[in-house]
Design a protein around this ligand. Structure first.
Ligand code: AMP
Length: 194
C-alpha cells in the first residue's frame, strides 16, 4: 500500500495533556493530510459563544477545567462523525478523554465497520506543562483551573494511553521540541507505509 492511500482513509485520535500543543498540531496535520480535524473543545466553545442550550449547560464546566459528561459528548461526537466529510477518515482532537468515551467511540466505529488506525500521544513532562500554562495564563485561567485540568488529565485521560498501547495503535511523539519538529514527527506517522 502506498503512503497516499493510507492517510486518505485514516481514522486517528490526537491525545495529549493540556498545554502539549495538541490542538495546534492537530489542526496543522489535518490540513496537511486532508483530514477533517474534529476538536470537541472547539465545538463546545462555539456552543458557549452562540449561547445555545448546550452552550449554556456546559459553560461553567468548561470554565472550571472539568469534563463535560460522557452522554453529552457521545451525542455531539456521534452527530459530527455522521457528517459527510468524516466518512472517509477524520482526526479527533480532544476526544475520547475518558475510558467511557473510548467505549462510545469503539461502538460508533463498530457500527460503521471501521476501526481506529492511529492514536498519537504528544508527551510533555508535567513541569514543562505547568511552566507553559503559567506563561500563557489568561485572565480566566487561575492556577486552580490549570492544576484542575492537569489533574483531570492524569486521572481520567492518561489511562487511555495504556488502553491504546495494548490495542497496538499508539504512537508517542516527543512534545518537548519546536512546533515544527513535533509536526514533522507527527507527519511521518501519517505517511508511514502500512
Ligand atoms: P480542549 O480545548 O480540548 O482542552 O477542551 C476544552 C474543554 O472542553 C475541556 O476542558 C472540557 O471541559 C471540554 N471538553 C472538550 N472535549 C471534551 C471531552 N471529550 N469530554 C469532556 N469534556 C470535554
Amino acid at each position: 500500500m502506498v503512503a497516499e492511500d493510507r492517510k486518505a482513509g485514516m481514522r486517528a485520535v490526537m491525545l495529549g495533556p493540556p498545554g502539549s500543543g495538541k490542538g495546534t498540531q492537530a489542526a496543522l496535520i489535518a490540513e496537511k493530510v486532508g483530514l477533517p480535524a474534529i476538536s470537541t473543545g472547539d465545538m463546545l466553545r462555539q456552543a458557549v459563544a452562540e449561547g445555545s442550550e448546550l452552550g449554556r449547560r456546559v459553560k461553567e464546566i468548561l470554565d472550571s477545567g472539568a469534563l463535560v459528561d460522557d452522554a453529552t459528548m457521545a451525542e455531539l461526537v456521534e452527530q459530527r462523525l455522521a457528517a459527510p466529510d468524516a466518512a472517509a477518515g477524520f482526526l479527533l482532537d480532544g476526544y475520547p478523554r475518558t475510558l467511557g468515551q473510548v467505549e462510545t467511540l469503539d461502538g460508533i466505529l463498530e457500527r460503521r465497520s471501521e476501526a481506529l488506525d492511529l492514536v498519537v500521544l504528544i508527551e510533555v513532562p508535567e513541569e514543562e506543562l505547568i511552566r507553559r500554562a503559567l506563561a500563557r495564563q489568561r485572565a480566566d485561567d487561575t492556577e486552580e483551573v490549570i492544576s484542575n485540568r492537569l489533574r483531570v488529565y492524569r486521572e481520567q485521560t492518561a489511562p487511555l494511553i495504556d488502553h491504546y498501547r495494548e490495542q497496538g495503535v499508539l504512537k508517542v511523539v516527543d512534545g518537548h521540541q519546536s512546533i515544527d519538529d513535533v509536526q514533522a514527527d507527527i507527519h511521518s506517522l501519517f505517511t508511514v507505509q502500512a
